[in-house]
Design a protein around this ligand. Structure first.
Ligand SMILES: NC(=O)C1=CN([C@@H]2O[C@H](COP(=O)(O)OP(=O)(O)OC[C@H]3O[C@@H](n4cnc5c(N)ncnc54)[C@H](OP(=O)(O)O)[C@@H]3O)[C@@H](O)[C@H]2O)C=CC1
Ligand SMILES: O=C(O)[C@@H]1CCC=N1
Length: 264
């Protein structure tokens, strides 16, 4: 696969790292204006760093756009004359809807919207995908890429904003929970390094248990909560202080915000 990442910032670089680790490309172009920030990646033999988006598009078949929403329209206009009918356009740009992309490049292009998260750098992204009508014929290419870099599901476009909150912003939400449980562990006497390790691995164990067993969280919680024991004591105290409510309200606030900051 000849891939170009147009806009190699936080997310674009995470995707690039995932592609490099998985050796998932024939050639890979990485573009940004300040190329010196990612110049080190040119040491890779099949990888080219450039500020020339048109050159990247001309030498690639799969175009992954990872620029800010305000930059997307200008960049699509810049490269549209270099598009051929087999290009697959994959946009990670928050809130930049398929009709807005089609309005610039035309309905006859294969267009996929993708919402990954930064865990893509370590092959663990939960990625949501949708496409335009034409793109349904090529969405399997996007699935193949993102399934090598984690897990993907196809959803309707009208759920992409919600998916952004749960999966993309969600990484930050879970990180904060890991930080909080680390702080708790330090207070119980572990040094910071051990506390961090205990917290991360326990989080990984909880998610892995649910993924591998397919069980509901409460079924697993029931196995841990000894009657009159310390787990239920801790859980109930957390709930009295609004743990679940706080997370649900945070998700709602994030969703409300995303619907105001997008370019729709
Ligand atoms: N961060 C995340 O976890 C996620 C982000 N997203 C979405 O992905 C998109 C990118 O996010 P993120 O990576 O955080 O943003 P960044 O600002 O980190 O990255 C955007 C990159 O685009 C580059 N850029 C800007 N203008 C151009 C141009 N004309 N040509 C080529 N490159 C250009 C910038 O580099 P330079 O200034 O050097 O050109 C910058 O590195 C956003 O739309 C975001 O909403 C989606 C899912 C998760
Ligand atoms: O915080 C944001 O607005 C972007 C969208 C998802 C992740 N980062």
């Amino acid at each position: 696969m000849k891939i170009a990442i147009i806009g190699t910032g936080n997310l674009g670089l995470s995707i690039a790292k995932g592609l490099i680790v998985n050796n998932a490309f024939t050639t890979l172009y990485l573009t940004k204006r300040k190329t010196e920030e990612i110049q080190e990646y040119e040491q890779h033999s099949k990888l080219k760093v450039t500020s020339d988006n048109r050159e990247a598009v001309q030498h690639s078949d799969i175009l992954i756009f990872a620029v800010q929403p305000t930059q997307m329209e200008r960049i699509l206009k810049e490269i549209k004359d270099d598009l051929h009918e087999n290009h697959v356009l994959i946009s990670t740009v928050t809130g930049f809807k398929i009709p807005a992309i089609e309005a610039i490049v035309g309905e006859e292009q294969f267009i996929v919207r993708s919402m990954p998260n930064t865990a893509i750098a370590v092959g663990k992204s939960m990625t949501c995908l949708c496409s335009n009508e034409k793109g349904k014929k090529r969405i399997a290419i996007a699935e193949a890429i993102f399934n090598r870099l984690g897990t993907s599901i196809i959803i309707p476009e009208n759920k992409m904003q919600a998916a952004t909150v749960i999966c993309a912003s969600g990484i930050a939400f879970w990180m904060r929970l890991i930080r909080a449980t680390t702080q708790g562990a330090v207070q119980l006497g572990f040094d910071a390094k051990d506390a961090h390790e205990l917290s991360m691995q326990t989080c990984l164990g909880a998610a892995s248990l649910l993924i591998e067993s397919g069980k509901h969280p409460e079924e697993e919680i029931d196995k841990v909560t000894t009657p009159r024991g310390c787990t239920i004591e801790g859980l109930n105290e957390m709930e009295h202080n609004g743990l679940s409510s706080s997370l649900i309200k945070g998700i709602q606030a994030s969703f409300k915000k995303i619907n105001t900051i997008t370019t729709d």
